[in-house]
Structures are given as C-alpha cells and as structure tokens.
Design a protein around this ligand. Structure first.
Ligand SMILES: [Zn+2]
Ligand SMILES: [Zn+2]
Length: 364
C-alpha cells in the first residue's frame, strides 16, 4: 500500500510538472533550410489562411504561433469578406483577425500582412487581396467593385485555387481578361493545399503573373516543423529587404517559387539560381582507372530528384534533404572538370517539365 501511495504521489507530481511547464518549453521554432539567392533573402510565406472570423476553426493569434513554430516568416490571414458561418458567435468584423494577431506577430518577429478573400461564385472565382489598408470597403455588391477597391488601396491581388471546382469552372473568361487588362490582379495560386493547377501554372508563365502557393488552412495546423515529406503549401519569396514593403515589391516583381508537396514550382529564372544554391559538388576525393568518386550535398529542406540528361553520371540521383550523397561517375582518370547534365524532375519550370541543370565537378 505504502509503495502504491508513493507511486501515486510521483505520478501526481509529474502531472503537475507537465501541466505547469513554462510555455517557453514548447515555443521552439524549426527553421526551414532554404538558401538565399545572390542579392535576395528567401522569405517563406503563407498568404492564404482562415480563422473563426470566417469559416476557420482557430482564433487569429494561433495562426501566428503555428507559422512561427514551422519556420515561416510571413503570413496573411485572409478571411472571407462575404461569408461568416460563425457570425452568431463571432460578429462580422473584418479587421479583427489582423488586429488580434498583431501582438503575437510583433512578439515573434513574423511579418503579418493584412488581407481578405473576395469570395464570389466560381466563375469568376475567389481572389485574395493582401497588403490592404481597410477591408470593409470590399464588402460591396458587385464583384468587380470589390476587386477595384482592393487595387485602389494598393493591394496585391491573386486568383485563388483556379481549378478547385474543375477546369470547366476554372476557365479563363472575359471577366478575367478585363481584370488582367486593368492590372487588377497580379498573381495566381498554382497550388492550394493539396492541389496543383497546371492551367494556372501555364497562365502565370504566359501572362507574367506571380506564382503563389497557399495552405488555405481552416483547422489548426498541428505540425511542429516543416519537412520535405510534411509541410504546408507555401510561397518562397526572394526579397531585397525583409519588410512588408520589401515583400510586396518582390511579389509584384514575380520573384517566387512555390513549395508544394515534393515539388518546387516557379519560373526558370528563379528555380535555376535556387537549385545552384541548394547543391554543393565537392572536388573528387577518389579517382580510379574507371571511376571518379565525388560527394554531392543538398543543403536545402526539399529532396531533389535528378534524372540524367547527358552521357555521364548515374541514370538517377536522389539527393535527400540536408544530406550528402556519394556518387560514382564512370569517367576514367580524367583530371579536368566534369559536367554532368541532369533534369531536376521536381523543379517544375512548366507543367510536366523539370529544370535542366549541370552539376560541375571541379578538376584537380
Ligand atoms: Zn476560396
Ligand atoms: Zn480560402
């Protein structure tokens, strides 16, 4: 009996310790390892999130805590302007999510962008407006009035989840042409949550629209960290300075890559330097009569899948995130530099098209 009582006391003490553990014990951030580009810092953004102020299921500051913990640098809470299913309990107050999240954002050094989702029938579809000054003005009858008012405030506007109700409902219509001609939207989500939209990707390339990826999360995001296998859909933005104006400038200039599942999606112009910064090819450490051995390091948090496009090197090279791979090249005793031509299969420069890359093995 006595031993049981002691055991109970120990269990009770442990429970008390767990319950009253200082909050800071859980407040750790797992940085996402993606390289900066020459002249630019890489900012990890999720500009599409919901809270209880529309149809989401979390209180606004929770969005900041999740993003910070998972290594993101910037978020926008973009509750629906026209749709508040919780309004009997949480009244319609368009700016409250931003105001409520601001203290947490300041305290954690996260960039918080003021935003909203203009939510009408599809077509024409849903559009996010970020860098808004004031949201209530978008609560107006005509769709195009809402879009124009967002632009009047200097917002960055993008077309969300283009194909979510099928390609037929996501097709490009006259209304999109007139918005595009007026420069009333500047980007599109090529990925949203688990989905990828090849047409959005194609149109971004053709029409020089900025590519974005967003989580569109409604429920709490319980991930502790972002890994190659498990991370939210996000946009990597290459900024000259890590501030809100710096972020907006980079978005308007289209300097983005989307991290969606095991894919990095973007313009060749940005994926190419990004790839070069992710990979380090060491000088060969062993040269035999028939083979040369090198180590190739992938310093980023995304796995990289390469397929040979030239005549030298292994047919396939899988370089897991944050690891070094030992590579045997059938190249005899050559002492000069080697050029291995590959296609980075999961660096999408167009729908279905991987990025052509050259791995340069230094000579002696
Ligand atoms: Zn939507
Ligand atoms: Zn949404």
């Amino acid at each position: 009996m006595k031993r049981n009582a002691l055991a109970s006391l120990v269990v009770l003490l442990l429970l008390v310790l767990v319950a009253f553990r200082p909050a800071s014990g859980a407040d750790v951030r797992h940085e996402i390892q993606f390289p900066n580009l020459p002249g630019y810092q890489t900012v990890k953004c999720d500009l599409h999130e919901h809270t209880v102020f529309s149809d989401g299921n979390v209180w606004p500051p929770v969005r900041v805590a999740e993003a910070w913990r998972q290594g993101l640098d910037a978020i926008a809470i973009t509750d629906h302007v026209e749709y508040q299913p919780h309004k009997d309990d949480v009244p319609t107050r368009h700016s409250r999510p931003y105001e409520l999240a601001m203290d947490a954002a300041k305290a954690s050094g996260l960039l918080l962008v003021k935003g909203a989702e203009i939510t009408r029938e599809t077509p024409p579809g849903h559009f996010n407006a970020v860098f808004l000054k004031e949201i209530t003005a978008l609560d107006t009858k005509e769709f195009l009035d809402a879009i124009q008012r967002a632009n009047d405030q200097g917002a960055f506007v993008f077309w969300n989840h283009q194909g979510w109700q099928g390609e037929e409902k996501g097709r490009w219509l006259d209304v999109h042409t007139s918005m595009f001609d007026n420069k009333w939207f500047q980007g599109m989500e090529v990925s949203n949550g688990d989905e990828y939209y090849p047409n959005a990707h194609k149109w971004c390339l053709e029409k020089n629209l900025t590519m974005l990826g967003g989580s569109d999360i409604h429920d709490p995001d319980l991930r502790q960290k972002s890994t190659s296998q498990d991370h939210r859909t996000m946009t990597l933005v290459f900024v000259k300075e890590k501030t809100l104006p710096g972020l907006k400038e980079a978005l308007l200039a289209g300097r983005t890559v989307v991290w969606w599942k095991d894919q990095l999606i973007g313009r060749k112009e940005w994926l190419e330097p990004f790839f070069q910064q992710c990979i380090q090819v060491r000088p060969p450490h062993l040269r035999l009569d028939k083979a040369t051995w090198v180590q190739i390091r992938n310093v980023c948090d995304a796995d990289i899948r390469l397929e040979r496009a030239g005549d030298m090197g292994p047919a396939k090279l899988d370089l897991p995130a944050g690891t070094t791979s030992l590579v045997e090249i059938a190249a005899g005793k050559a002492s000069g530099p080697l050029e291995l031509k590959y296609t980075a299969k999961n660096f999408l420069i167009a729908p279905g098209a991987g990025l052509p890359v050259v791995l340069r093995v230094p000579g002696r």
